[in-house]
Write a protein that binds this ligand. Structure first.
Ligand code: NDP
Length: 285
């Protein structure tokens, strides 16, 4: 997309693929709500050309980029000189902007999750959390959950080594996390949990992760994935005694609101956009 086609500042999501992205809908809605004139497009960058496309966007006057799969780690490298602490802890960037000639990067995924858990009526203090998955999304939410005061966070992953690697990375970065963090394989998810978070992409394949059934008893089961219908993970959790379930649509809107606030200095309201997006998902199904 061409950033300077008219006098509205231009923003975009960059990824591969980007066809599914709801970010233009969300940010244009925020713009109308706050009276900020903007254009928001999609940049589908070839797999080996993320840095060139991102830098060209800013050299042509672009205001900000959201970064999605598979470029969040590369964005962290590109903005290495201007990373927020959130981005450093996540090792991944989903929000880029240029200021005084320096490329800045932040990760708002964790903020989005915390905000949406609050919307669901959950406080994190003293909560025992089972986090399923150890990919990019999991990396973005671990430190924010610990900083929000959860009592214990256990990371389990289909490939256990990836969870163990995350554990040692974070314990190295923040030694004060070590006594509240643990990790293992899906078969080591045993325990009594207040919140079970699905940060795997298993729902894309229409199957929930293979967890011991009793992990859901009495818990809030939160799937980062979202869809018009409850996800396979949400179905499984309810069948095995979860107290409540949620998909990640609220997180998506809230992480976008945090990006919007970084770029424009204004915090938009999430509820109207969430309602409109939920309706759009249903209409599209
Ligand atoms: P990654 O590709 O980085 O990681 C995928 C993760 O899913 C890995 O832990 C992988 O395990 C696991 N996995 C994949 N298939 C299965 C399966 N069948 N059973 C068990 N585990 C499985 O993806 P992301 O971390 O970027 O994204 C994960 C999910 O989070 C996606 O659904 C994405 O849409 C969602 N998301 C939602 C956001 C929101 O705002 N709501 C924001 C960001 C992501 P292994 O290592 O063993 O392969």
């Amino acid at each position: 997309m061409t950033p300077s086609i008219d006098n509205r500042k231009c923003y975009a999501v960059i990824g591969n693929p980007t066809a599914h992205s709801r970010s233009p809908f969300i940010h244009e809605h925020f713009g109308r709500q706050t009276g900020i004139a903007l254009r928001y497009g999609k940049i589908n960058a070839p797999m080996d050309q993320f840095p060139a496309h991102a830098l060209r966007f800013f050299s042509e006057g672009g205001g900000g980029l959201n970064v999605t799969v598979p470029f969040k780690e590369q964005a962290c490298v590109l903005a290495a000189a201007g990373l927020s602490e959130r981005a450093q802890l996540a090792g991944a960037v989903n929000t880029l902007w240029m200021k005084d000639g320096l490329l800045h990067g932040c990760n708002t995924d964790g903020l989005g999750l915390l905000d949406d858990l609050t919307r669901c009526g959950v406080t994190l203090t003293e909560k025992r959390i089972l986090l399923v998955g150890a990919g990019g999304a999991a990396k973005g939410v671990i430190a924010p959950l610990l900083l929000a005061g959860c009592q214990r966070l256990h990371i389990v992953n289909r490939g256990p080594q990836r969870a163990l690697d995350l554990l040692s990375l974070l314990s190295g970065q923040k030694p004060e996390f070590a006594n509240r963090l643990s990790a293992g394989g899906l078969d080591q998810a045993d325990g009594s949990w207040d919140i079970v978070i699905n940060a795997t992409s298993s729902s894309l394949g229409r199957h929930p992760p293979s967890l011991p059934p009793h992990v859901y008893a009495g818990a809030l089961a939160y799937d980062l994935m979202y869809s018009a219908q409850p996800t396979p993970f949400m179905h499984q959790a309810l069948a095995y005694g979860a107290q409540a379930t949620s998909d990640g649509l609220g997180m998506l809107v809230a992480q976008a609101a945090a990006s919007f606030a970084l770029w424009h200095g204004v915090q938009p309201e999430t509820e109207p956009v969430l309602a409109a997006l939920r309706q759009q998902l249903i209409d599209d199904a």
